[in-house]
Design a protein around this ligand. Structure first.
Ligand SMILES: *Cc1c(COP(=O)(O)O)cnc(C)c1O
Length: 810
C-alpha cells in the first residue's frame, strides 16, 4: 500500500488493536514503540526477502563482515529515515496527539561494542545497505551489552546492560531456529585414515547450538535490506542430557552472555577465545551451507564469497574455513588454501602492542584442538616455503606460532589476500614498522582504507536543524550523495548562511544544556565555547592533557578573576574498561576537578566542567551537534584513525588535533588554516623512543607552570583525590610520562589561545566551520565501503539509489 499519513494512521491503530487490544489513548510508550517497530519491520521485511532472493537469482558474489563488535545504537529513527517514513511518522504522531521523541526514547541502545571498532562496523552496515552492496554482518548476540556507567562519589561504577530485558527488548531481531548450526569445542581429536583422507574423530567434545538472530540493515531510499546475523549459544536439543545441571547449562549460555568491556587491552580470558571460535565457526558453517545449496564446486568458493576479518578477533576464520574444506569437503590442502586466501581479507585496527592478540597454545588446544592442528600446519607450511629463501630471523618473527603462543594477526595476514590499515598514517606505520616484516613478504597485500562515518545518522538524524539549513542552501541531493556537501564551499561568503549556522549551533547547545542540567544539575551558558572530548578513556587519548589545561585555566582565574578568556564549557564523555585502573583514576580526577570548579562562585560562567555519564551512541548524537571544539589530542602515532573527529567536523565543530590518525587527512582536506594543529609529530615521538631522550621529570622540575599545575594533583588543591592524584602525578614524572603529556602541554596551551582568539571573530569561525562541514564528505563511510567493495571484496552494487520509487511500502 502506498504510504500516506492517513493510511499510516489507520494501519497504526489497527496494528495496536491487534497486538495489544488497545486504543492509542490507552497505550503506554513502550506499547506504542513496539507497534511502530512492528509496522516498520513488516514493511522492510517484504523487501528484505527480495534482496536476498535477488542475490541468488543473479548469482551475486556476497561478502560477510565478521566483527566481534557491532555498535548500532538505536535503530528506529535510522530505519524510518532510510525507508523515507521519518517526517510522515513524526507528523502522524502529532496528529494522534503522541510524543514521537518520547516513544523513540523507549528503544534501548544496541551496545554490542565498546567504541570506535564496533561503531565503524555499524556505520559500514548502514553504508553497505545504502549503497546496495550484497554484504552481510556476522557477530555475537550478547545478552548483556557494554556496561552502563554511573558515577558514585566521582568514581566509575559499572552496571549490567540488560538490554534484552527492557520493555522494548530487541524489536528488530528475527530468531531463526531453522538456520541453527552446531559448533564443536573442547575434547580431543584423533585423525584416522578413511579412504584417501584423514578423518578427525572427536572425543569428549562439547556440542553447542548456535542460533542466529537476524537484524535487517535497511538501505537509504533504495529498497535494499541486508542482514546482520548475530549468534546466540544454546544447548542443542539432542544433547540436553549432557548438561544435567544448571551450572553445566550456564557454561554454554555464558559464551554469548557478555561483551568484553576491554577496548584495546587484551583480556586474555578463556571465555573470550570461546566467543571468538563460536561466532567464527557458526558464521563460516552457515556461509558454506548456503553456498553448497546453490553451487557445486567448493574449489570455486572464492568467486562467490568474500569474508572480512575485522581486527584479529575473527582471525580463526582462516583455520575454520580450512577445517571445513579439508575435513568435511575433502579438498586437498593446496586447493583449500588457495581458496581460503582468496576469500579472506583483514583490517588491522591498532598498533598498540598490548592489543596485538596472542593466545597460549595449551588454551587454544583446550578450546578447539582441531583448529590448533590446522593453524600449526599453516605455520609449518609457511616456514617450510620460506626456509632458505629469506632471512631466518624474519621467518621466526613472522611465523604464526612462536614463544608458546599463537599470533592472531600473523594468522590473519598469512591467511588472507588483503591487509588494510584504517588511515594513511596508520597504514604507513604498519608497512614501515609494526608489520614491516610482512610488508617485505607480501607488499601487494597491503592497502589503506581510511575509516568513515554514516552521514545519515551523524548529520541527517543527529542534527536535523543543520540538515535543513543545508537543504535550503544547496538542495537535497547531498542526502543521497554526501559528496554534494562540497557545494557548500561556494557559499563561504554568504553571511546569512553563516548567521544561520550560529543559530543552529546555539539551538543545539541549548538542547544539550538541558541534558546537562538534567543529568548533573549544573547550569551551563550556551554562549560559551562547548569544548568536547568524547571517546573511550585511555592514556593514549590523553584526556589528561585536557584536564591539565583546565586546571591551568582555573589557577589563572583564581589568581586573576578578571582575566579575559572566552567562557568555556568542557564536556567529557568516556567509559573506562573496568579493569583499567589508571583510566578510572583519571575519571575520578576529572570529576573532582569539575566539582571544585563548578561550585566555585568566583569562577561563575567562565569555566564549567561536565563529565556526562554513560557515553554511548545516543549520547554522542546529542553532544556532537552542540560541539564548537573537537578535541583529538592523542599522542602522535597511537590513534589508528579515530571517527569521532569525523562526526564532530561534519557537525561544524573545529578540531584541535595532533598529527595522528585521520586528523592528518582532515587537515589535508580543510587546509591548515581551518584546523588547530599542535604537538609532537610521529617522527618526533619515534625519535624520542630511539634516543631514550625524553625525561618528563625535567619538565616538572624546570618548568614553573607545569610544576604548579602538577602540584594541584597532590597538594590538596583538588580535594578527594589523594590516591588518584599521586598515581597520576607519579606516572607523569617518575614513570616518565609514556604519552608525552608534559612534552605537548605548552604547545596545547598556545593552540588553545589561538582557538579563543579565532572564536572572538564569529564570522571567521563560522566560515571555518562551514569549510569543515563541506569537507567532511571525504569521510563518509559510503565512500569507504565502495573502496572495500571494489578493491578488496570484488562485489558490486545491485540496488539503484534514489530512483522514483524510493520509499518503502506500508
Ligand atoms: C564514534 C564513536 C566512538 C569512537 O570515538 P573515537 O574518538 O574515534 O575513539 C566511540 N564511541 C561511540 C559511542 C562513538 O559514537
Amino acid at each position: 500500500m502506498e504510504l500516506t499519513k492517513t493510511a499510516f494512521i489507520e494501519n497504526f491503530k489497527k496494528r495496536l488493536g491487534q497486538k495489544y487490544a488497545l486504543d492509542v489513548s490507552d497505550a503506554t510508550d513502550s506499547e506504542l514503540y513496539d507497534t511502530l517497530c512492528s509496522l516498520v519491520k513488516s514493511s522492510y521485511s517484504a523487501i528484505w526477502r527480495h534482496t536476498w532472493k535477488d542475490y541468488l537469482k543473479e548469482n551475486e558474489k556476497q561478502a560477510y563482515y565478521f566483527s566481534i563488535e557491532f555498535l548500532p545504537g538505536k535503530l528506529l529513527k535510522s530505519n524510518l529515515l532510510n525507508m523515507g517514513w521519518y517526517q510522515l511518522v513524526v507528523d502522524a504522531f502529532q496528529e494522534l496527539g503522541l510524543d514521537f521523541e518520547k516513544v523513540a526514547a523507549v528503544e534501548p541502545d544496541m551496545a554490542l561494542g565498546n567504541g570506535g571498532l564496533g561503531r565503524l562496523a555499524a556505520d559500514f552496515m548502514d553504508s553497505l545497505a545504502s549503497e546496495g552492496y550484497p554484504v552481510n554482518g556476522n557477530g555475537i548476540r550478547y545478552k548483556y551489552g557494554l556496561f552502563k556507567q554511573r558515577f558514585v562519589n566521582g568514581y566509575q561504577v559499572e552496571l549490567p546492560d540488560e538490554w534484552l530485558k527492557t520493555a522494548a527488548g530487541n524489536a528488530w531481531e528475527i530468531r531463526r531456529a531453522s538456520k541453527a548450526v552446531t559448533v564443536t569445542m573442547g575434547g580431543h581429536v584423533n585423525l584416522v585414515q578413511e579412504n584417501d583422507y584423514l578423518k578427525p574423530v572427536y572425543e569428549d567434545a562439547i556440542l553447542i547450538q548456535a542460533v542466529p538472530y537476524d537484524v535487517g540493515m535497511v538501505g537509504y531510499h533504495n529498497q535494499h535490506v541486508n542482514t546482520l546475523r548475530l549468534w546466540s549459544a544454546e544447548i542443542p536439543d539432542e544433547a540436553e542430557s549432557q548438561y544435567p545441571t544448571i551450572e553445566d547449562r550456564r557454561q554454554i549460555e555464558d559464551i554469548t552472555a557478555v561483551l568484553y568491556p576491554d577496548d584495546s587491552n587484551e583480556s586474555g580470558r578463556r571465555l573470550r577465545l570461546k566467543q571468538e571460535y563460536f561466532f567464527v565457526s557458526a558464521g563460516i558453517q552457515s556461509i558454506v551451507r548456503h553456498y553448497k545449496k546453490y553451487h557445486e564446486a567448493l574449489d570455486q568458493i572464492s568467486q562467490r564469497v568474500a569474508i572480512h576479518i575485522n581486527d584479529t578477533h575473527p582471525a580463526m576464520c582462516v583455520a575454520e574455513l580450512m577445517r571445513i574444506l579439508l575435513d568435511e569437503e575433502h579438498l586437498s590442502w593446496e586447493k583449500a588454501w588457495e581458496q581460503t586466501v582468496k576469500v579472506m581479507s583483514y583490517t588491522n585496527h591498532t598498533i598498540m602492542a598490548e592489543a596485538l592478540e596472542t593466545w597460549d597454545i595449551p588454551l587454544m588446544n583446550e578450546i578447539q584442538p582441531r583448529i590448533l592442528q590446522i593453524i600449526a600446519e599453516i605455520d609449518h607450511r609457511f616456514v617450510t616455503a620460506l626456509a632458505g629463501k629469506t632471512d631466518g630471523q624474519l621467518i621466526e618473527r613472522t611465523r604464526i606460532i612462536s614463544g608458546g603462543k599463537v599470533h592472531m594477526a600473523h594468522l590473519a595476514i598469512i591467511g588472507s589476500h588483503s591487509t588494510n590499515g584504517v588511515a594513511q598514517l596508520h597504514t604507513d606505520l604498519l608497512e614501515s614498522d609494526v608489520l614491516h616484516d610482512f610488508y617485505t613478504l607480501y607488499p601487494e597485500r597491503f592497502n589503506n582504507k581510511t575509516n568513515g562515518i554514516a552521514t545519515r545518522r551523524w548529520l541527517q538524524l543527529a542534527n536535523p536543524r543543520l540538515a535543513e539549513v543545508i537543504d535550503q542552501t544547496i538542495g537535497r541531493n547531498w542526502r543521497q550523495d554526501a559528496n554534494q556537501l562540497q557545494q557548500l564551499l561556494d557559499h563561504q561568503a554568504d553571511s546569512q548562511l553563516l548567521d544561520q549556522l550560529v543559530q543552529v549551533k546555539l539551538a543545539n547547545k541549548q538542547r544539550l544544556a538541558k541534558v546537562i542540567k538534567q543529568q548533573t544539575g549544573v547550569t551551563v551558558n550556551p554562549q560559551a565555547i562547548f569544548d568536547v572530548q568524547i571517546k573511550r578513556l585511555h592514556a593514549y587519548k590523553r584526556q589528561l592533557l585536557n584536564l591539565l589545561r583546565i586546571i591551568k585555566l582555573y589557577l589563572d582565574l583564581k589568581e586573576n578573576p578578571d582575566l579575559a578568556i572566552v567562557p568555556r564549557v568542557f564536556i567529557f564523555g568516556a567509559k573506562a574498561a573496568p579493569s583499567y585502573h589508571y583510566a578510572k583514576s583519571i575519571i575520578k580526577c576529572i570529576n573532582e576537578t569539575a566539582a571544585l570548579i563548578n561550585h566555585d562562585q568566583t569562577i561563575q560562567d567562565k569555566l564549567k566542567v561536565i563529565f556526562l555519564e554513560n557515553y554511548g551512541v545516543s549520547l554522542a548524537e546529542q553532544i556532537i551537534p552542540a560541539a564548537d571544539v573537537s578535541e583529538q589530542i592523542s599522542t602522535a602515532s597511537k590513534e589508528a584513525s579515530g571517527t569521532s573527529n569525523m562526526k564532530l567536523m561534519l557537525n561544524g565543530a573545529l578540531t584541535v588535533a595532533t598529527l595522528d590518525g585521520a586528523n592528518i587527512e582532515i587537515k589535508e582536506q580543510v587546509g591548515a588554516d581551518n584546523i588547530f594543529i599542535f604537538g609532537l609529530t610521529k617522527q618526533e615521538v619515534y625519535q624520542y623512543y630511539q634516543d631514550h631522550s625524553y625525561h618528563s621529570l625535567d619538565y616538572y622540575q624546570q618548568n614553573p607552570l607545569i610544576h604548579r599545575v602538577l602540584n594541584t594533583l597532590v597538594d590538596g588543591t583538588i580535594p578527594n583525590i589523594s590516591a588518584e592524584g599521586h598515581e597520576i602525578f607519579d606516572s607523569l614524572t617518575y614513570l616518565n610520562d609514556d604519552y608525552f603529556v608534559l612534552r605537548d602541554f605548552e604547545a596545547y596551551l598556545r593552540i588553545q589561545d589561538q582557538v579563543d582568539e579565532t572564536y572572538r571573530d564569529q564570522h571567521k569561525w563560522q566560515q571555518m566551520s562551514l569549510i569543515n562541514i563541506a569537507n567532511a564528505c571525504h569521510f563518509s563511510s559510503d565512500g569507504t565501503v565502495k573502496k572495500y567493495a571494489s578493491e578488496i571484496w570484488n562485489v558490486r552494487s545491485v540496488a539503484q539509489k534514489g530512483g522514483v520509487n524510493v520509499g518503502y511500502p506500508l
